[in-house]
Ligand binder design. Structure first.
Ligand SMILES: Nc1ncnc2c1ncn2[C@@H]1O[C@H](COP(=O)(O)OP(=O)(O)OP(=O)(O)O)[C@@H](O)[C@H]1O
Length: 538
């Protein structure tokens, strides 16, 4: 700042000096012009004096001569009229008038000359003053310049020190970030690489306190009890209360907000940026709140896991930029209906929809043929893709008898990070899945397409359970290929991943049986411990 002030002063002083220099040169020019004028006037004055002299002493001797030496006056028409040769008196009086005229001219020229002399003296004085001032300014300038140079040196030294400090702190920050990643992962591992959260949907109509069969202990947010009174069939014994106790990593009651739910999984989402594969899926019967949990509503308060996860990912990626990390993201959104894949980001003609197949590359990467893999740079771009996917799903809904609750939807964000300063790379996948409704449809009641759908859903959900169990038992063969869902998700379910399952429960009493089934399935998953995850880092 000091340097800047001094520089400003310096600039101001230089401008002043330049101005003064300009003034000075203008004055010198004026001075020259005045001197020229004075010389001119002096020579003219001399001419006039000569003329006067001649006019005064020779008129009587040779009038013709007078006419010759004063042709200018005659031409200027001083009012002298031609007189006859004999009118000497008249001519003399003309000459006297002329002389008078010249004398008054001389007087005014002399006056002007005095005035000019005065101006010249003043200009010279001004010039001397300016030169003095200039000298003073030069002196001041010299000392300011020296001060500037000194403070510049000081500032350069300061900058050098600060640069060293910044470099040291950058190094410390990087080490801190690596330490944070390690500790973060340890915490995630301690919590278990597969976690199960249960969420109870609120009653959509009626009074919440009427829900008696789902009990949530006030001081334990990990337990849930399903209770049912069973009537005695014979009528000889009293009715019995049957309770089913469950415990999960976390149980969210009907009043839990979307924000509270996301807070619990935000650390897991963070792992995706650190290079771990993360998979989060919602399981439960139709209408139990899976889509609400995963996608939520349009208002920010109602946003579900997908928009919140995307927001966090982009926010954190931006913050990590300061530590040299550059991330790139690719999004895809696929639906699995009746064991057939459908691109939810497809924008072509409906009758030209391509077919898709899941392929496993030599580096074990899973890709889907003909699927839209869209590069995304910010949150808004992802939101637009989610809207497009919803449009694609709703078009299918009208045409195919609400098949959205009969299909699995898989949102996938491929994340690639590079820290060129440190020559480090990481690669991971964030998979967010809204599973098809898990309800068991009575075989006798379902025929045709409904039966086909039911079989496909039941088999893919059962296979999901089988794969998770096989992973937990560390079996040598994991039957990923048994369903499209597990085949697609294999990298997110395997040892190198962190998995979170939401089991969504509907609070209506008639859903008791389905809720019990869902909770039993979730409990089985909860008992699984998948191998230690390791970051995909190079
Ligand atoms: N926690 C909640 N708070 C308020 N409303 C909810 C909540 N969970 C679900 N709902 C509402 O319940 C209804 C059914 O939820 P949702 O569509 O998410 O169920 P679903 O399990 O995804 O069903 P489907 O399998 O048909 O897609 C929706 O109207 C949704 O807005």
């Amino acid at each position: 700042e000091k340097l800047a002030t001094v520089k400003d002063d310096l600039a101001q002083t230089s401008t002043e000096r330049d101005g003064l220099k300009k003034d000075l040169s203008k004055l010198s020019e004026e001075h020259k012009v005045l001197e020229g004028l004075r010389d001119h006037l002096e020579s003219e004055l001399r001419n006039i004096q000569v003329n006067i002299y001649t006019a005064t002493f020779t008129p009587l001797i040779n009038i013709r001569f007078v006419w010759l030496i004063c042709p200018l006056s005659a031409a200027a028409g001083l009012g002298v009229s031609r007189r006859p040769g004999w009118d000497l008196k008249g001519k003399v009086s003309d000459m006297e008038a002329k002389v008078q005229n010249y004398q008054s001219k001389i007087k005014s020229v002399n006056l002007e000359n005095d005035h000019l002399k005065d101006s010249i003296t003043k200009a010279q004085k001004h010039k001397a003053e300016i030169e003095d001032e200039n000298k003073g300014l030069k002196k001041r300038l010299g000392s300011t310049l020296r001060q500037c140079q000194d403070s510049l040196k000081e500032s350069q030294e300061l900058v050098r020190n600060l640069e060293e400090t910044v470099a040291r702190q950058r190094e410390e920050l990087h080490l801190g970030e690596m330490e944070r990643r390690k500790l973060h992962n340890t915490i995630q591992e301690l919590k278990g690489n597969i976690r199960v959260f249960c969420r109870v949907r609120p009653l959509l109509t009626g009074n919440q306190s009427d829900v008696l069969h789902i009990q949530l202990p006030a001081h334990d947010n990990k337990a849930l009890t399903l209770a049912k009174t069973e009537e005695s069939h014979t009528g000889r014994t009293a009715d019995t209360q049957k309770s089913y106790n469950f415990s999960f990593d976390r149980v969210f009651g009907p009043r839990a907000t979307q924000r509270e739910v996301f807070e619990e999984i935000s650390l897991l989402v963070q792992s995706a940026l650190d290079g771990y594969n993360v998979c989060c899926f919602a399981y439960g019967q139709t209408g139990s709140g899976k889509t609400f949990t995963m996608e939520g509503g349009d208002l920010e308060d109602l946003w579900g896991v997908i928009p919140r996860a995307v927001q966090q990912i982009f926010k954190s990626a931006k913050a990590l930029q300061e530590q040299g990390w550059q991330y790139s993201f690719t999004a895809s959104f696929v639906e699995i209906y009746n064991e057939t894949l459908r691109d939810l980001l497809y924008t072509g003609k409906p009758n030209k929809r391509p077919e898709h197949e899941i392929r496993k590359g030599c580096n074990n990467e899973i890709t889907v043929t003909n699927l839209t893999y869209q590069k995304v740079n910010n949150e808004d771009e992802v939101h637009n893709l989610i809207m497009l996917a919803n449009q694609n799903r709703s078009t299918a809904r009208t045409g195919m008898n609400d098949h959205s609750s009969r299909s699995h939807s898989v949102f996938q964000l491929d994340i690639e990070g590079q820290n060129s300063d440190r020559d480090t790379k990481c690669k991971s996948v964030l998979c967010l899945v809204d599973l098809a409704g898990s309800e068991r449809v009575q075989k006798s009641q379902s025929q045709g397409d409904r039966f086909k759908e039911m079989t496909a859903i039941n088999s893919s959900l059962t296979n999901l359970g089988i794969v998770i169990a096989a992973l937990a038992n560390k079996e040598s063969f994991i039957p990923y290929r048994n369903s499209k869902l597990t085949y697609l998700l294999q990298n997110c379910l395997g040892g190198n991943s962190k998995t979170l399952m939401f089991v969504n429960i509907a609070p209506e009493e008639e859903s008791f049986g389905e809720s019990l089934n869902s909770l039993r399935f979730a409990s089985k998953v909860n008992d699984c411990v998948i191998g230690t995850a390791s970051a995909n880092r190079k």
